[in-house]
Design a protein around this ligand. Structure first.
Ligand code: SAH
Ligand code: SF4
Ligand code: F3S
Length: 474
């Protein structure tokens, strides 16, 4: 029996808004607008969560800064996916002791996926005593109440009990970008890939109601957003917990029907339920960008099985073939792990050959990182790190050659791109994105073009990006 998604009631969210009011009263005595710094690590899900944290902070009367010394409240929204990500956070949190010494009364909060891990919470409890508030993703919706508790009781607060997770609607959002918006459509993951911490820190798969998602997308389209990215750890499983007969393909179709000039993207997909229906829907829906991020993780069947990925190599290749049949020029990107426990170099060669065979537009490559509490952490891992790194480098080199070749094919073409920002690099004025999400640096152009679609002629390319100029009359 599927678990029914638990929803946070409207009354409970209304109560959180009352805590925002109370915080605002507490803070109103201050001569200057209090400032908050929200520092975000990890995936887009965390970026989307930080927009809600900022929404709450704004409702409490905070302004924003990126200077940790100027901040009255620092919120660090963390990622637990690899050891390196965690070490970086702990290093930065450790260093905040100095900011706090200079600024007594500063409140330091740590939230996100690391906070949900019991051994991390314990470390924070014992060794990072300058951290005042620790809360996991499940408690994000009660941030105002938790912060109020820290303010009024002057004690440390830890709120990271494990639970399957719930859905909260109606949290205020402070979006970081006026052109591109994130919309979470579901939370959590049920897949339990043996290397991955996400199901343990984000809880079970649960979907927002289609009408809530559509209302948010309609608002964004009306506000002039040009790109909407639908987010979830595995968006292809959308709706399975709702029992409404709306699957991810149906949802895409409904978002596509919203009037306005915007593109729809989505992240991330698991190959096991990337269906023919979804490929056909994408091909039919003109607003859905021709791009698919489809992580394969390994090209070897024994390793895929040990990872609990459900599909095998030929199944994956078949999905890619079916997708390309529907959308011939689709941009395909992927994630891959090198050095999974027990992977031999011969098995790694299968990953390399899959990469050559598919010809991904871009690849996100990771060396396996052992995560406490996952099954892979207990597996024999005899390969020396030096060998893993050598294999990793071969993969990176192979992909770089493919990416460079794919990018070179754009030269001379004119592509309709969304101008999305100012380019920080010398010799370039603006950045833009192709429908397939390739970065294009524009040699010249007014900032007023940001947020508009323009025809761009691509004049050059390297492994990582394209460059070009606005087409005359474009
Ligand atoms: N839900 C997404 C992935 C989220 S994590 C999906 O299933 O596609 C993003 C990527 O990080 C994963 O695709 C995987 O390649 C990588 N990753 C996850 N856990 C890892 C670990 N323990 N070590 C190394 N890479 C890992
Ligand atoms: Fe992790 Fe696998 Fe879930 Fe992706 S699908 S979040 S890799 S457990
Ligand atoms: Fe990291 Fe959590 Fe995302 S572990 S990748 S921030 S879901």
């Amino acid at each position: 029996m599927e678990r029914q998604t638990t929803r946070v009631s409207e009354q409970e969210i209304a109560r959180q808004r009352e805590f925002c009011e109370k915080m605002s009263e507490l803070l109103s005595a201050r001569a200057q607008t209090p400032l908050a710094y929200v520092d975000t690590y990890g995936c887009q899900q965390n970026e989307a969560d930080s927009e809600r944290l900022r929404g709450y902070l704004r409702a409490m009367g905070y302004g924003f800064t990126t200077d940790e010394n100027a901040a009255d409240v620092i919120v660090i929204n963390t990622c637990a996916i690899r050891e390196h990500a965690e070490d970086r956070v702990l290093g930065n949190v450790g260093a905040l002791v100095h900011a706090k010494r200079r600024h007594p009364g500063q409140i330091i909060c740590l939230c996100g996926c690391m906070a949900q891990e019991e051994h991390v919470a314990e470390k924070l409890r014992q060794s990072y005593r300058h951290v005042d508030l620790v809360f996991g993703p499940h408690a994000l919706w009660k941030f105002p109440e938790l912060l109020y508790r820290v303010f009024t009781r002057r004690g440390r607060v830890f709120e990271n009990a494990d639970e399957p997770g719930s859905i909260a609607e109606g949290i205020p959002v402070e979006r970081q970008n006026g052109v591109k918006a994130w919309v979470s459509i579901m939370y959590g993951c049920n897949n339990f890939c043996t290397y991955c911490i996400v199901p343990y820190v984000r809880g079970r798969e649960r979907s927002r109601l289609p009408e809530d998602i559509l209302a948010e997308c309609r608002e964004l389209a009306q506000a002039g957003y040009k790109e909407i990215t639908l987010l979830g750890q595995n968006v292809n499983s959308y709706g399975k917990d709702l029992g409404l007969n709306t699957d991810f393909a149906d949802l895409l179709e409904q978002v596509n029907a919203i009037p306005g000039e915007f593109l729809i993207r989505f992240m991330t997909s698991h190959p096991k339920d990337a269906s023919q229906k979804l490929f056909e829907t994408m091909a039919r829906c003109e607003k859905v960008a021709p791009v698919f991020h489809l992580p394969f993780q390994s090209g070897n069947d024994r390793v895929l099985k040990a990872m609990n990925r459900i599909y095998d190599r030929s199944g994956y290749l078949e999905k890619v073939r079916a997708l390309r049949e529907q959308i011939p020029h689709v941009v395909i990107t992927s994630d891959v792990i090198v050095g999974f426990p027990g992977e031999t170099t011969a098995e790694f060669e299968d990953t390399l050959s899959l990469v050559e065979e598919v010809g991904f537009d871009a690849l996100f490559t990771f060396i396996f990182s052992s995560r406490e509490g996952t099954p892979a952490a207990k597996m024999e891992d005899p390969m020396p790190m030096a060998q893993k790194k050598a294999n990793f480098q071969r993969l990176v080199d192979a992909q770089n050659a493919i990416s460079a070749q794919k990018h070179a094919a754009y030269i001379g073409k004119t592509v309709r791109c969304l101008v999305d920002g100012v380019c920080q690099e010398e010799g370039f004025a603006l950045t833009a994105r192709t429908p397939g999400n390739r970065l294009v640096r524009l040699e010249a152009g007014e900032e007023s073009l940001i947020g508009t679609y323009q025809d761009v002629t691509v004049t050059g390319a390297n492994t990582w990006s394209l460059w070009g100029r606005l087409s005359v009359g474009g």
